[in-house]
Design a protein around this ligand. Structure first.
Ligand SMILES: Nc1ncnc2c1ncn2[C@@H]1O[C@H](COP(=O)(O)OP(=O)(O)OP(=O)(O)O)[C@@H](O)[C@H]1O
Length: 692
């Protein structure tokens, strides 16, 4: 029987008086009370305190169920208040451009400065990110994480808006690589940023249930006035939970995200055998449906604006509703075994085997079919690489129409005719970063002409064309590709020493293998944002940020990330490792430079760091522009980064360990033997093969 709170007792004698008497008078001895009182009062007091205790427990359990953290729920702003705050979304107020729209600086009537992200297209992915951001906003409250203050929607213009605290110095990627802020040229600042980020991730992992960010990279780290770092963008974040959660997508309805309360109701009804919706009752009562223009989704409303402590908004700027995002988009999925957290991209990936495959391949839901390629038998690294090459081949073929080598580039995935056309189109969308290299190349060419340095795209073209043609030749000769083994995705410093010669001799690894070393899988699993990770000699992506999200960002995403089942906090640890190297080296993870021999070794930052570890020259990695370098700290940071970048998630340290090591509280473990600067030997090579 459900617990019912006891109705309030009718008003009695003024309580303060009683309290006064009891507290201020010396405690009477039992003999001083009249006889009948002695018998009645103690049991009554005991009953009252028992009831009080039960009531408290009940409220605590309820609160924990609905709001696992103390974080404040975001508010719903009126669209007009945000338009006013941003001067009608004036272009002069643009702070940056994300994959789903622009971010504007704004000032609320109470003078609070905010950043307003306007997501202005009907993309399903955008909606998911929007919902994910709101969901996690209610869970997260840390000085190392950017706060989401609220949201808004504009039915007429089909816009969704997110309101964040303004973080004055923009994102780390921009500040470090484009603006080259003087503050970031101080080693001390880089080290403190490292600690901020590590603490931010540690905080997320320490929540209950842990939150996995899923897209740690410099452009998702914002810097405040003092250049303290805050983690942003929870579009791909997930909850790690024993119970599986998911946001469902109704395929039959064009892939729309289902009304979560409907889903919640269904789930509850099913699990209760059609019984009452006790757990969701209050949520349903307090729910208002908000139309985004694309579909209807529901946000709980039930908290007054005043309930938001430190309310940043005046009553005029707020609508009379406050979202309770814990009701958004997250429903228990008892049937699922694999962890897929609350991440919105988990949609459409349910079911098994052929059913999954067909579902994914036949529907026009963005990028799903692309994913199935990996998740249904082609997830071996070698084949994934084939797929990359196939796509790149498609792109290059457009420039070299007579070439027919694409057909030989993939072992199983090359389609013909109509299908191929469709596929090519898809690939193009996914990998527009490839085309964007042109932009970098132009600048690189302009600036480096005198030094006779090839633009990035030229370089890539040669590498991949060469590699694919070699593959084709091999296939013709009946040589079975040996690229499927995991080891191919991991660096062998020996090969870096000898570069291409070794590759040709042993025929075990092509240049593409070399290029993808340490980037295992990320190449395909990324959000398609080359600008975060790849550049020509002169990076030129200032102000331009990410592209529509997939599952993490190329070069930053952990090798195991992608299938959904292997997601753990260690994915964030891996991404942190890449970010840390970028922060120390002051360059992107992949940086294409012209001068083939010397630059080739350094192009892949992760491989280069490993190579330096083996040669005992770790500090060569440090950005030459850094002032007042603390060599010990720099050594520590690079070592930690390498530990985080181990292939095996189990070998990577936890973020708690990382914070401990950075602050000197935890002893730094030895780097794995294959990183040791001992002379190369057969033994070392073997251990390298085994190691993560
Ligand atoms: N709260 C904020 N304060 C200051 N600047 C911000 C804030 N939020 C975002 N920005 C700026 O706007 C840019 C774009 O942000 P957004 O989150 O849309 O992009 P993104 O994370 O790069 O893209 P995506 O969501 O596709 O990954 C950021 O890189 C940053 O420079």
């Amino acid at each position: 029987m459900p617990f019912r709170p006891v109705p309030p007792t009718p008003p009695g004698p003024p309580p303060p008086l009683i309290v006064h008497q009891v507290t201020l008078s010396p405690a009477p001895s039992p003999t001083e009370f009249p006889h009948h009182r002695q018998g009645v009062l103690p049991p009554l007091a005991a009953a009252c305190s028992f009831l009080f205790f039960v009531l408290r427990c009940f409220r605590k359990v309820r609160r924990e169920r609905t709001a696992p953290s103390d974080a404040k729920p975001p508010h719903r702003f009126s669209y007009s208040s945000l338009r006013h705050a941003t001067n009608s979304f004036s272009s002069s107020n643009i702070l940056g451009q994300g994959g789903f729209g622009s971010v504007f600086r704004g000032t609320l009537p109470n003078r609070l400065e905010v950043a307003v992200k306007v997501m202005d297209s009907g993309s399903l992915q955008g909606e998911r990110e929007f919902q994910n951001e709101l969901f996690f906003a209610s869970k997260v409250d840390s000085p190392h994480v950017v706060s989401v203050l609220g949201f808004s929607s504009d039915r007429k213009r089909r816009r969704m808006l997110l309101v964040y605290e303004l973080v004055q110095n923009g994102n780390l990627q921009d500040a470090l690589l484009h603006r080259k802020c003087a503050e970031l040229m101080e080693w001390k600042k880089r080290f403190s940023i490292t600690i901020d980020i590590a603490k931010g991730i540690e905080y997320l992992h320490n929540l209950n249930p842990p939150v996995i960010h899923g897209d740690i990279k410099p452009s998702n780290v914002l810097l405040d006035r003092q250049f303290s770092a805050k983690i942003a963008d929870f579009g791909l974040a997930r909850l790690k939970s024993e119970n599986q959660y998911e946001i469902t997508v109704d395929e039959s309805d064009g892939g729309k995200v289902n009304d979560v309360l409907e889903v919640a109701k269904k789930a509850e009804l099913e699990s209760n055998g059609g019984g009452a919706l006790e757990d969701y009752g209050s949520v349903v009562e307090d729910t208002e449906s908000i139309t985004t223009g694309f579909e209807e989704f529901s946000l709980g409303v039930g908290q007054s604006p005043e309930g938001f402590s430190g309310d940043p908004t005046s009553p005029e700027t707020l609508d009379a509703v406050t979202a309770s995002p814990e009701t958004v988009g997250i429903v228990p999925s008892p049937g699922r075994n694999s962890f897929d957290g609350a991440s919105v991209e988990s949609v459409n990936e349910l079911g098994t085997g052929a059913e999954k495959s067909n579902k994914g391949m036949s529907k026009g839901v963005s990028a799903k079919d692309w994913w199935w390629k990996q998740e249904n038998g082609t997830s071996e690294n070698g084949k994934v690489k084939d797929y990359v090459m196939e796509w790149i081949g498609t792109e290059i073929k457009k420039e070299r129409p007579k070439s027919d080598w694409i057909g030989a580039s993939s072992s199983s995935n090359v389609a013909t005719g109509k299908l191929e056309k469709k596929k090519n189109k898809r690939h193009k969308q996914r990998f527009d970063w490839w085309l964007s290299l042109d932009e970098d190349s132009k600048i690189a060419t302009k600036n480096l002409k005198k030094e006779n340095i090839r633009p990035a795209r030229e370089w890539w073209k040669e590498e991949y064309c060469g590699e694919l043609e070699r593959k084709k030749k091999k296939k013709k000769e009946g040589v079975v590709s040996d690229n499927n083994g995991e080891e191919d995705w991991w660096p062998r410093a020996e090969e870096l020493y000898v570069g291409r010669k070794k590759k040709n001799r042993s025929s075990s690894r092509g240049s593409i293998d070399w290029w993808l070393d340490g980037l295992s899988g990320e190449f395909l699993k990324g959000r398609g944002n080359s600008r975060d990770s790849i550049s020509g000699e002169i990076p030129n992506s200032g102000g331009i940020s990410s592209t529509p999200s997939m599952r993490g960002t190329i070069c930053y995403v952990a090798p195991e990330y992608g299938g959904g089942d292997n997601i753990s906090e260690k994915c964030d640890v891996y991404s942190f490792g890449v970010l840390l190297l970028v922060l120390i080296a002051g360059r992107r993870p992949l940086q294409v430079a012209g001068s083939p021999k010397s630059e080739f070794q350094r192009a892949n930052l992760i491989s280069w760091a490993r190579l330096l570890a083996r040669t005992g020259k770790l500090l060569d990695l440090v950005d030459k522009n850094v002032q007042s370098l603390d060599r010990e700290q720099a050594h520590l940071c690079i070592t930690i980064a390498l530990l985080c970048l181990q292939k095996s998630p189990a070998r990577r340290p936890s973020m708690k360990d990382v914070v401990g090591m950075l602050s000197g509280d935890t002893e730094l473990p030895q780097l794995p033997t294959h990183f040791s600067p001992s002379p190369r030997s057969r033994l070392t090579f073997k251990s390298n093969k085994k190691a993560g």
